[in-house]
Design a protein around this ligand. Structure first.
Ligand SMILES: *Cc1c(COP(=O)(O)O)cnc(C)c1O
Length: 465
């Protein structure tokens, strides 16, 4: 949903944390004696120990969500050919996070050398790792083959040929999952079904590219067709979109079975499960609902065609780490702008902004925010939380009702910033990227330390200390 930046309404205060898994706050967030606690740690303690801006990941919330996907999928697919959950590392990655994910029984979806090396550093073995990307480097492909990874998701015919050549040189057989486009695009509540595919990802089923790639994979002595993959979008709140896409990919799998005498073992249905960012967002479907729906589609297709059921994989990212994270900021300056005769907007500036959360500027993403360090009093005031960058689009929260007494030195918390925050952070205006801290059971520890100006200058070849 897109709001004009100059909308006067709607503005609601952030919902109070309620201990639920429905978001936007992680489920251990509580307000006690006026102050927010997360993972049993007071925000004032976090700010004193680590400074702001700060990304805080609620370990228990993250791991509860991760395990919930595993249990939901294992339960729904128990009488079929089983399921696997890959955590989409791009949403937030560190060695510590990859360790949680592995301990909780998930595999890791990587899409670059950096994510791959981090997965290995966390102790992942080849069979725990998938590799994505529409333009993998030769080095990334070699690395994947040398570690005998679970599968490589191949995006185009050109890439298939490249992988084949590298596999042949290394004397390996590459496990290939073909990423296909099923003509389903989703995001939010709506999805569209189109035959025409005008995007960089995937081999079109409709245009015959998927079929051609399947034939080439089956025919090659250096390639093994282990799966078909479909990823239909992000922040999807409609279960039906997944069902339509799964159906299309199962139909392709049936054609491959019937005409190429190959029963593709795995079906990977991607990620994109939506979360709640603000109080205005609907509660998203639960993992159990998605798992049951996907199992129903797969079961019915198997009964209709008589073909052996596939192992079904999914790749959630945001739905695991998004609600598990919040960002803490310190308030600096404030000012009022008169919008018309009756309305004014309070601009509340914080010590971060588009360098730690680009999503409002990039996608017009909506967030909410609450005063975290104290019970705020004073009448609700239409407010806009903005950053400290040299850019008027540097907005953290477009419209929120904040108490009129918010002032310099207050701590603000933005919920649901665990996904696509730190990983999309930049050094714009040479701000140093904030650290990531995990909280659990009353204690905190650093997952990724705060960057310093010295870190930035260390890359500057002309800098002399
Ligand atoms: C981005 C992406 C994901 C994860 O998406 P979320 O919205 O974070 O769940 C999974 N698979 C693929 C192929 C992706 O590109």
């Amino acid at each position: 949903m897109s709001h004009s930046h100059n909308d006067i309404q709607p503005a609601f205060p952030a919902p109070e944390p309620d201990g639920s898994m429905a978001g936007p706050w992680s489920h251990t967030v509580r307000r006690e004696n006026g102050e927010l606690r997360v993972g049993g740690v007071k925000v004032s303690q976090l700010v004193a120990a680590y400074g702001t801006p700060l990304y805080v990941i609620d370990e228990e919330d993250f791991r509860t969500r991760a395990r919930r996907w595993v249990v939901a999928m294992n339960t729904s697919f128990a009488d079929l050919a089983g399921a696997r959950v890959f955590y989409a590392c791009k949403a937030l990655m560190s060695v510590g996070i990859a360790r949680w994910v592995l301990e909780d029984g998930l595999a890791l979806d990587t899409c670059s050398e950096g994510e791959f090396v981090t997965a290995l550093a966390a102790g992942a073995k080849g069979h725990d790792i998938g590799l994505h990307g529409n333009n993998k480097s030769e080095r990334e492909i070699m690395m994947a083959l040398e570690h005998n990874i679970s599968h490589m998701v191949v995006d185009s015919m050109a890439e298939l040929r490249l992988v084949e050549r590298i596999a042949e040189n290394l004397g390996k057989r590459a496990n290939i999952v073909l990423r296909v486009t099923a003509g389903v695009h989703a995001g939010g509540h709506e999805f569209i079904s189109t035959a025409h595919e005008d995007q960089k990802f995937g081999l079109s089923i409709q245009a015959g590219q998927a079929w051609e790639a399947a034939q080439a994979t089956v025919a090659s002595p250096h390639l093994e067709l282990v799966g078909l993959h479909s990823h239909i979008g992000s922040q999807i709140l409609s279960v039906d979109a997944f069902s339509v896409a799964a159906q299309a990919v199962l139909d392709l799998r049936a054609c491959i079975h019937n005409e190429l005498a190959c029963t593709v073992p795995e079906l990977d249905l991607g990620g994109g499960y939506g979360i709640r960012y603000t109080g205005a967002d609907a509660t998203p479907p639960e993992p159990e609902a998605y798992a049951e729906l996907l199992a129903t589609v797969v079961r019915a297709h198997g009964e209709k065609t008589g073909i052996a059921h596939p192992l079904v994989s999914i790749e959630p990212g945001r739905s695991i780490v998004g609600p598990a994270g919040l960002t803490l900021y310190t308030v600096g300056t404030t000012k009022n702008v008169q919008l018309d005769d009756t309305h004014s907007r309070r601009y509340v500036s914080v010590d971060g902004g588009m360098s730690d959360n680009i999503r409002p500027a990039l996608y017009d993403a909506q967030y909410t925010v609450a005063v975290a360090n104290r019970e705020a009093r004073g009448e609700g005031t239409l407010s806009r939380v903005v950053g400290k960058h040299c850019e008027s689009g540097d907005i953290v929260v477009h419209n929120v009702e904040l108490p009129a007494d918010v002032t310099a030195g207050d701590i603000l918390a933005t919920p649901a910033t665990g996904a696509y925050g730190r990983v999309m952070a930049s050094n714009y205006n040479m701000l140093s990227r904030p650290g990531v801290v995990a909280v659990h059971d009353g204690s905190s520890r650093v997952l990724i330390r705060r960057e310093t100006v010295a870190d930035q200058l260390a890359l500057d070849a002309d800098y002399q200390a």
